[in-house]
Design a protein around this ligand. Sequence first.
Ligand code: HEC
Length: 422
Amino acid sequence: MIAAVIIRPTLLRLVLTVGLAAPAGAQDLVGHGGPVGALDAGQGLLVSGGFDTRAILWDLDTATARNVTRFHTGNVTAVRLLPTGGFVTAGQDGRLAIWQSDGRTPIFATPQAASAVASLGVSDDGGQIAAGYWNGRVVRLDLATRDITEIEAHSDRVTGLDFLTDGDLVTVGGDLILARWTPQIEPKFRLGLPALPNGLARVESSVAVIFADGALRLYDDDGEFVADQFLTDTPLVSVAAGEQTIAAGSIDGRVWLLDSVDLVSRQSFTAAAGPVWGLAITQSQVLTSGADGTIRAWSLEGDAMGGVVTEAAPAIHDGSRGAEIWKNCAVCHSLKPDDHGRAGPSLYKIFGRQIASQTGYDYSDALQELAIIWTPETLSDLFTFGPEEYTPGSRMPEQRIAAPEDRKALVEYLESVVDSQD
Ligand code: HEC
């Protein structure tokens, strides 16, 4: 039986980016069909986790999706890059999944758990992963042996955790406790906090904790309070640490960039209309995400680098069934020439083209080795059988369009758009 998996209803949104001149390697990234709650960046890569159950590994230099994964049931709630180039994802389903950069399936995953994962940390050598759960548990996973150590660390949600340089773990919880744990997860200290912590980022050997009272507080590795900075009177909800800079995001869309030594606020800008759920920082840019599914790139001076996000040109909505189905695709595909700012390639003038032949898009090796010419028939077949069967190894997430009349409507719609392209 062919499963009628089209894409989730949350994908029925159409966002098109109008490419303004942006420096290479600094572009908004569009590929999630719904809110993006988790980001992590490093070594030219970004990993993002969305409510659409996807996690996407992006190449920041080319602004293309390297790997689009769909594994968790429910939201992907936390993501971290591994020093090896792979990444870890965790979800509402309580599972942890370990990925190689180009793997279609996780190399390892833990079973479903009763509670969702709220926070993830990776040790500096990449050998240990820690996950904090909504129910206060902390799980520590040794990647080499796959041994799992587990404890009741907090009596409420584990809102933030990370490893210190020596392999100890620091955690903060909804029980207003800051704690440090040995590799065997024995407590070294448990200290009370003055307000509700919403997240934690390691800064050298200290930790920056963001709070619901709008403050960012720095603690040393003994749990001693070092400094604080009251940024706003609304809750801070995201934090990331880069070289010399700490970034914090608030529930009402503001982002602050602070000096990591003296906590002086260097920049502040509005990144979103709603909460800044995801925040990541590299040597040259800050990336933010929230309710609208677009991952936005900012300079360290707080300038938008990705162009303006607008509604699609009206010509693309002709009110047909095909246009309605195309909305699912438009999350990842543009129809404009050279517009690869989303997870997938532009489908500009797609008919008559050899597969994987749009210039400027970094296709998977698998797609480049296939010999398909896109015609109304082959495009329809792609969604009869699904990308996994029809284009094995494709990075396009598995999806089928079960009803023949829907496939026909999609193809007719694409033909009508493509025919008008010169
Ligand atoms: C979550 C993102 C995503 C969605 C949604 C999506 N695609 Fe894709 N698509 C991709 C990616 C990524 C690739 C490139 C795959 C690769 O390089 O392996 C791709 C490749 C393709 C290709 C091959 C392009 C070429 O140049 O050879 C076609 C055709 C295509 N998609 C059509 C569609 C259509 C039609 C829909 C909607 C029914 C759709 N896609 C939905 C991500 C997506």
